[in-house]
Design a protein around this ligand. Structure first.
Ligand SMILES: [Zn+2]
Ligand SMILES: [Zn+2]
Length: 271
C-alpha cells in the first residue's frame, strides 16, 4: 500500500510551534495523511523532554497513522555559521555540535540526518560537504512557497543526485500551525506502517516526492522537463512577488482580493 506523509513539522514542543502534538496528528489524519516526520527545534528541549516526545509519538501511532519522533538541531559548520539538521527517528537525544559529530551521533541513534533549507546558508556549498547527510530538503513549503523550489537548491539537488552517493531529496512543510500544512508530501510504498519500515524506505531513497503538479523519485529528483517546469513556475512566482511590492499593483491586488473574499483581508498566499 502507498502511504502519504508530512515531513518537517513543529508542534508545541518547539519554542515556536502553535499546536499540541495530538492536535497536529489529528489534523493530518483528517486530511488523509498516514505519517508525520516530526522535527522539533532543540532550543528549549533536553534528553528528558525528548523521551516524552518519543512516548507521545508511540501513543499517537496505530495501524493507520505513524508519528515518527525527531529533532531539528542547530549544528556548527564553522564558528560563525550554523546549519539546521533534522534528526529523524532517533532513539535518543542528540546534543548540538559540529556537523560531522552530530551526523555520526544521529546515525548511531538509528536515525537519519537531513540538511534543512540549504538556501538560508552560504552560497558556497560543496557537494562533498552535503554527501555526509542522508537527505537534503529540496523544497521547503514555508520558505519556497508551493509552486516550485528555489532554483539554487534545485541546482544543488540535481548535482547531488547525479553523484550516486549524494543525499536523497525531501520536500517539507516546515509547519508551525495548521495553516502551514501545504500540498508537499512524501509517498512511501510498504506493507506495514511501522517506524522501521518507513525509516528503511527513507534511508534507501525508496519513496516519491509529491507537490502540486509534480511527482518524482526522491533518489533521482525531478527530471529535466520537470526542472524546466519548476523554473517557469519559480520565475512567474518571483515576478508576481516583485510586482506586488509596487504600491499601485499591491493595493489593487489587495482590493480585488477583499472584494472577492471579504473574510480573507489580511492573509498573503503562498509564503
Ligand atoms: Zn530551521
Ligand atoms: Zn523547521
Amino acid at each position: 500500500m502507498i502511504y502519504r506523509g508530512a515531513f518537517h513539522a513543529h508542534s508545541k514542543h518547539s519554542y515556536d510551534g502553535q499546536q499540541p502534538l495530538p492536535a497536529l496528528c489529528a489534523e493530518l489524519r483528517r486530511r488523509g495523511d498516514h505519517f508525520l516526520l516530526l522535527t522539533e527545534h532543540d532550543d528549549t528541549l533536553d534528553a528528558a523532554a525528548y523521551e516524552r516526545i518519543r512516548a507521545e509519538c508511540a501513543a499517537l501511532s496505530d495501524a493507520q497513522f505513524l508519528a515518527v519522533p525527531g529533532l531539528e538541531i542547530r549544528c556548527w559548520r564553522t564558528e560563525r555559521e550554523q546549519w539546521h539538521i533534522a534528526a529523524l527517528g532517533v532513539g535518543a537525544w542528540i546534543p548540538r555540535g559540529p556537523i560531522p559529530e552530530v551526523v555520526e551521533n544521529i546515525r548511531r541513534a538509528g536515525g537519519l540526518s537531513v540538511f534543512l533549507h540549504p538556501h538560508k546558508y552560504s552560497r558556497q556549498i560543496e557537494l562533498a560537504e552535503i554527501a555526509r547527510f542522508d537527505g537534503l530538503e529540496l523544497w521547503n513549503g514555508k520558505e519556497d512557497g508551493h509552486f516550485a523550489p528555489r532554483w539554487r537548491t534545485l541546482r544543488l539537488a540535481r548535482a547531488a543526485a547525479a553523484h550516486r552517493t549524494g543525499p536523497v531529496l525531501y520536500c517539507g512543510h516546515d509547519l508551525h500551525d495548521f495553516d502551514g500544512i501545504g500540498p508537499l508530501a512524501l509517498e512511501i510504498e510498504t506493507d506495514a506502517l511501522t517506524q522501521a519500515a518507513v525509516l528503511s524506505r527513507l534511508r534507501d531513497g525508496n519513496f516519491m516526492l509529491r507537490a502540486r503538479g509534480f511527482r518524482f523519485p526522491a533518489a533521482r529528483g525531478p527530471n529535466a522537463l520537470q526542472s524546466l517546469g519548476m523554473l517557469c513556475w519559480r520565475g512567474t512566482y518571483e515576478s508576481y512577488r516583485a510586482l506586488r511590492r509596487l504600491p499601485l499593483v499591491g493595493g489593487a491586488v489587495s482590493a480585488a482580493r477583499r472584494a472577492w473574499r471579504p473574510s480573507d483581508s489580511g492573509r498573503r498566499p503562498e509564503e
